[in-house]
Design a protein around this ligand. Structure first.
Ligand code: UDP
Length: 232
């Protein structure tokens, strides 16, 4: 086992499947089966989940940016509860902690408590991103990874790694096995937003970008096999 404590970042869309909206039972089930496997191996797991499958930006609505961002954070909480439900259906112990307090449905984010849950083998799902508007859940992933001393962030994507350009638009795009945060920033590669990228860089947190469609990927990463792109 290469990693003892990881943070898994799932975008909202990763839970939606082909329909691109809402939650696909089969897909969330498959992801949670893999999470159970690595939890059974003894890996301490926290999860930051996005919200793009329920709410993404303003969609042409006339809406004030901060209000729209708050709606996005509420969307992440719906996904956090869905993940909690699917993980508990598989017999796992979980806690949801949210960056905006909603104490009837989740614990507030308390760093020391989150670490304690991890040490006890509970899976901690972080909802509401950072709790602040103008951020993304990628930044929340970088922040929570630093705060909980995760050894690595696993960034699940619909693409299987970091490419020099978008391979859907440019057939000559090459996939990197390894790349530095500085190169990502300099080349303006769309891996995470620049705030999240800088935070990972400054805190020396390695990131593995991998395709979510191959469900064995998560297991193989934990075993130390080369999967996707390693950013450090
Ligand atoms: N959001 C925010 N602050 C945060 C995290 C998220 O305001 O710390 C809002 C923002 O509007 C964002 C939305 O929540 O667009 C959903 O998060 P994100 O787009 O990162 O989800 P993903 O693309 O991973 O599904």
């Amino acid at each position: 086992m290469k990693y003892k404590r990881i943070l898994l970042k799932l975008s909202g869309e990763a839970l939606a499947g082909d329909q691109k909206h809402g939650i696909d039972d089969q897909i969330i089930g498959n992801i949670c089966d893999k999470i159970k496997q690595i939890s059974d191996m003894g890996v301490e797991i926290s999860i930051v989940v996005g919200g793009g499958n329920f709410w993404r930006g303003i969609y042409g609505h006339k809406m004030e940016k901060n209000t729209s961002d708050y709606m996005g954070m509420l969307a992440t909480t719906m996904n956090a509860l869905a993940l909690q439900d699917a993980l508990e259906a598989r017999g796992l112990d979980t806690r949801v902690q949210t960056a905006i307090e909603m104490h009837q449905i989740a614990e507030p984010f308390i760093r020391r408590k989150a670490i304690r849950h991890l040490e006890k083998g509970r899976i901690v799902i972080f909802g509401c991103g950072t709790g602040d508007t103008h951020f993304t859940t990628d930044t929340a992933a970088a922040l929570r990874a630093a705060e909980t001393e995760a050894e690595v962030i696993l960034l699940a994507k619909t693409i299987d790694g970091v490419y020099s350009a978008d391979p859907k638009e440019n057939p000559n795009a090459i996939k990197y096995d390894e790349i530095s945060y500085l190169d990502i920033l300099n080349q303006d590669l769309k891996v995470m937003d620049s705030t999240a990228t800088s935070l990972c860089k400054d805190n020396n947190i390695p990131l593995i970008v991998f395709g979510i469609d191959n469900e064995e990927n998560i297991i193989n990463i934990i075993k130390g096999e080369k999967v996707g792109t390693l950013v450090k």
